[in-house]
Structures are given as structure tokens and as C-alpha cells.
Design a protein. Structure first.
Length: 331
């Protein structure tokens, strides 16, 4: 009866080893493989017939052969290694990340006669963690950039806007930035179409004023940086026209753009008709001028021109910089 129980116990253990999702391997104290389960075949690519009797160095990259000597030395000393993360080779040369648990095998008298190794493929886990790290750094970078823009808008607004209207004007600018940023996030930072960007800022004016703005142009996507710059400009254009320009009187606005991502080339025209011929009284206009004439062309690596003609304000932008356009491969 005792023999039967021991016999069944061995088969039970063998079934567990063979059905394990982890590679379970045994080897001699010289590193020669003595057993190799089905998951080891799946993870490393070698069948048991191909690897049993060979050195375990067959699955260890040459630059990591020293690890095997260290592992065997520790096993001979009776030590156990838990969750040792390293890299190993698949048949054919592919490299995988693994987590190893390594234990000494003892005989009935307690002498160490071999090594038991459990290997778990953590390649996907490592890749996911690295992706999380990259995304975390990118989010931190973008958040700091966005906060820098907000701080700049607040500082410039404080300098140029009278105290009694500072809060309302500053919040208006931040809301305009938020509209653009929401579009960028929704696109997974791959870029925004010019038409969608124009529409969201025009519609923000409300139906009564937005109905007097006509927009047209081809399907063309700007990069996140180009989108943010043009979004700031569109907010300033809409706000100035609402307060002092064509929309403050009975005028109209024509918005037109043209270009191609293949060339690349992009031109943008904002033309006010029958509106005022100034950007407003006092010093509030100065930030608008800087955004329209300096910041946008610098970001787009192009040129911009702002003119106040007899019929109203005209703003044009032109660039041929590929960095201004969205990339289908953007991260």
C-alpha cells in the first residue's frame, strides 16, 4: 500500500510539472540539462530531445555566461534564488526576459546532487512596464509644458489687463487653451485637423457670432505643437473680433487654409470684413500681437503677417516645415 501511494505521488508530481505554465528544468551541478517540461519547450523553443544532455549555456546569452557560474556556486553552497530576473535565448537567437527561481536538489541523505529551475517568461510584462514608464515620463513632460503655457498666459494677462477684468480675461484664455488641449488628447497626440480646430474655437463664440464666420479648406492635420500654437492664435483672433473687430460690429470673417502634408506646405488666412481696424484699446493687444506675429511662426517654423487694412484685420500664416504636420506614426 505504501508503494502504491508513493508510485501515485510520483505520477501526480510529474503531471503537475508537465502541465505547469512555467518552464521547469533540472540540471546537474555542472549545468547539464537532465529534464525539460512542455512549457520549457514552448518558452525556449527546444524540445526535450534537443536539449536534455546539453549544457544549459545553450539558452544563456554569451555575455551572461558568468551568471551560470555564480548560480551553480550558490546552489552548491545550499542557497536558493527567488525571482532572479535576467535574459535568456530562444532557439534561433531570440532574446526573452525571464524570472528564475532556482533551488538545490538533494538526495535522501541531504546531499546536493542537482539544480531545479523554474523560469517564467516576463518579456511582455517588462515591455508593458517600459511602456508605462515612457508614458509616465511623457505625461509629466507634457503636463509641465502645458502648465508653463498657462503660467505664461497668466503672467502676460496680469501685465496687460486692467485688474477689474483680469480674472474674466485670464479664465477666457485658459478656457481657449483647454479647448485645444482636449482635442489633442482625444486624438491620442497624433494631431488635429485644421477644420476641427477652427470649428471648436468658432463655435465657442456661440451661434449668433459663429454664424458670421465662414471657414473652408482641405483635410489637413497639424502636429500637437502646431495645433496648440494655432489654437492660441484662433482664440485671440476670435476674442479680439468679438470685442473690437468684425464681430463687434456687423462685419463678417472668412477663414481659409490650403496645403498638403506630402509637400509639405500650409497656408492660413483670417480675413475680417467691415470690422474695426484695431486690436483694441490699451495694452491688452500686446499679447495678441506676440502670439500672432511671433509665437505661431516660431512654433510652425514659418512666417506670419498681421495687418490692419481699411476693411478690417487680416492675418496670414505660411510654413513648409514637416514638424508642423501630424505624423501617422506619432507616439
Amino acid at each position: 500500500m505504501t508503494y502504491a501511494l508513493e508510485h501515485d505521488h510520483k505520477y501526480w508530481l510529474a503531471a503537475i510539472v508537465d502541465s505547469s505554465a512555467d518552464a521547469i528544468v533540472s540540471k546537474t551541478l555542472d549545468g547539464v540539462v537532465t529534464s525539460w517540461n512542455a512549457s520549457a519547450e514552448r518558452i525556449f523553443g527546444y524540445t526535450a530531445d534537443e536539449i536534455v544532455g546539453r549544457s544549459i549555456l545553450a539558452v544563456i546569452p554569451p555575455e551572461r555566461h558568468h551568471e551560470e557560474a555564480d548560480i551553480l556556486a550558490r546552489i552548491r553552497a545550499g542557497q536558493r534564488l527567488d525571482h532572479f530576473e535576467t535574459r535568456r535565448l530562444r532557439k534561433g537567437g531570440g532574446v526573452i526576459d525571464v524570472s528564475l527561481t532556482i533551488s538545490p536538489i538533494r538526495n535522501e541523505s541531504g546531499a546536493i546532487i542537482g539544480v531545479s529551475k523554474i523560469a517564467r517568461d516576463i518579456t511582455e510584462q517588462r515591455q508593458n512596464q517600459e511602456l508605462k514608464n515612457i508614458l509616465s515620463r511623457e505625461i509629466n513632460h507634457r503636463s509641465r509644458n502645458l502648465l508653463a503655457v498657462v503660467q505664461s498666459l497668466l503672467r502676460q494677462s496680469e501685465k496687460e489687463i486692467p485688474p477689474d477684468v483680469f480674472v474674466a480675461r485670464a479664465l477666457d484664455r485658459i478656457q481657449g487653451l483647454s479647448l485645444t488641449h482636449e482635442l489633442i488628447v482625444r486624438s491620442d497626440w497624433k494631431g488635429i485637423s485644421v477644420g476641427e480646430l477652427v470649428e471648436v474655437h468658432v463655435q465657442h463664440l456661440g451661434p449668433r457670432l459663429s454664424s458670421r464666420i465662414k471657414a473652408s479648406g482641405p483635410k489637413l492635420r497639424l502636429s500637437p505643437a502646431g495645433t496648440q500654437a494655432m489654437g492660441l492664435a484662433l482664440h485671440e483672433l476670435c476674442a479680439n473680433s468679438r470685442d473690437y473687430g468684425a464681430l463687434a460690429s456687423e462685419g463678417t470673417i472668412n477663414v481659409r487654409w490650403d496645403g498638403s502634408m506630402d509637400a509639405p506646405a500650409f497656408s492660413f488666412f483670417w480675413t475680417e470684413q467691415n470690422g474695426a481696424t484695431s486690436l483694441g484699446p490699451g495694452t491688452r493687444a500686446r499679447l495678441s500681437w506676440r502670439i500672432l506675429e511671433r509665437m505661431v511662426p516660431a512654433t510652425m517654423q514659418g512666417s506670419a503677417e498681421l495687418s490692419l487694412g481699411e476693411k478690417g484685420m487680416i492675418w496670414t500664416v505660411f510654413t513648409q516645415a514637416r514638424s508642423a504636420f501630424a505624423s501617422d506614426n506619432a507616439a
